[in-house]
Design a protein around this ligand. Sequence first.
Ligand code: URA
Length: 408
Amino acid sequence: MILDIINKKRIGEELSYQELDYAFNGYLNGDVADYQMSSLLMAICINGMSDEEIFALTKIFIDSGDVLDFSDIPGIKVDKHSTGGIGDKTTLVIAPIVASLDIPVVKMSGRGLGYTGGTIDKLESIPGFRIDLTDQEIIKQVHEIGLVVTGQTADLVPMDKAIYALRDVTGTVSSIPLIASSIMSKKIASGADKIIIDIKVGNGALLQSRDDANKLSELMIKIGEVYQREVRCIISDMNVPLGKCIGNSLEVLEAIDVLQGKEENNNFVKLCHELATEMVSMGKEISKKEASQLVIDAIQSGKAYQKFLEMVTHQNGNIKGIKVSSQMVPIKAKSSGVLKKINALELGKISLALGAGKVYKNDKIDYTVGIKLEKLVGDTVKKGDVLATLYVKKNVPDIKLDDIFTIR
Ligand code: URA
C-alpha cells in the first residue's frame, strides 16, 4: 500500500485524504519506514501538491496532537511566525509590544535550524528562563500578564516534529506545500485567532525567490480561510542579517536595547515596527496608521519593556545574569569605501562555527558567543575600521573577509 502511494506521487497524481493519512500516520506509528517517508517527501518536493492535498495534510498534522483553546481569554489572540533568518530576534521585541497594548500573545517558538537561530535558544541565554511551560501554566500566565513565549509543548503537532526532523536531513525542507502545512498546523493548533507570518527571502533563508515567497503566502492565507483564521504575510529580505547581533545572549541584549528605544532605525527596528503594527492592527481591528502610532507609544512610554520584564520574571529568568564572552576578536576592513553588502549566510556559518548553534543534534550551544556588526550596509568605512567584533570562546573560524563584506 505505501509503495502504491509513493508511486502515485512519483508520477504526479493527486493523493486522497485517506492515502495521505495512511502514509503520515503510518510513519508516526512506525508502520512506514524512514526511507519510505523520505521517498514520498522527495516525490512531494518534486511534483508539488494540489490545494486539496495541502488542506488534507494540514488537517492530518493538526489532528496528530493537542489543539489549545484560549476562547475564555477575552480579546483577539494574535500569533506571529517567521520562516527563520540570521539575527532574527523579532519575537523578543514584538511580543511584549503587542501584549503591552492589551492584546494577548501566546507564542510557541522553536529552536535554531541550520544556520538560523531559534527564539527558544535565545531565551535560554537568560539564566533560569523557563521555556517548557505546560498547557496549564501557559493559560494561567496569559490570564495574569497577557504574554507567554515558550517552547512548543510535546503534544503540539507531534507529526511536524517527526516529519521536520526527517526533512532536515533528506533535502526536503524547502518544499512550499510542506512548509505551508508545517507552519499552519502549528499556528492553528496553538489557538491564535489571527496570524502574521514573516516570510524571509534571500541567501540566509529557506526560500531564495520572491515568486516562491508569494506562492507560500497565498497558500497560507488559503489554509487560514479553511480554519476561519485571518492570516497576513509579509515578505522580508534575508540577504543581510537582521540588526547588529548574531548569537544568543547578544541578540537578547540587542532586543532589550530596541525595547528601551536605544537603537537607531536599522533593518531590524523597521521590521519589528512593521510586524508589531500588523499584529496591533489585527488585534484591535484598527487601521495600520493608528496601530503604528500605538507601537511607537508602547516603546517610548516604556510599557513594552516593562511587559518584557514581567514575562522574564514570570518565567523565572534573571536578566542581570545574561553573559557575553569577554574574549573579543575585531574584524577590520582591508580597504576604504562604502559598505555595500553584508552576507547573512556567511555570518550564519561563522556564528555556528563559534558555537552559537548546533552542528550535530547533541551539541551544546554556547550562549555567550556571537558576532556584533560595528558597521551596517550604507556606512562609510576606512581601511582598518572595525567592521565586526567576534565574541569567542575556543573556536575562531577562518574568516574570508571578502565573502562577508563588500566595500566599494
Ligand atoms: N518553519 C516551520 O515551522 N516549518 C517549515 O517547514 C519551515 C519553516
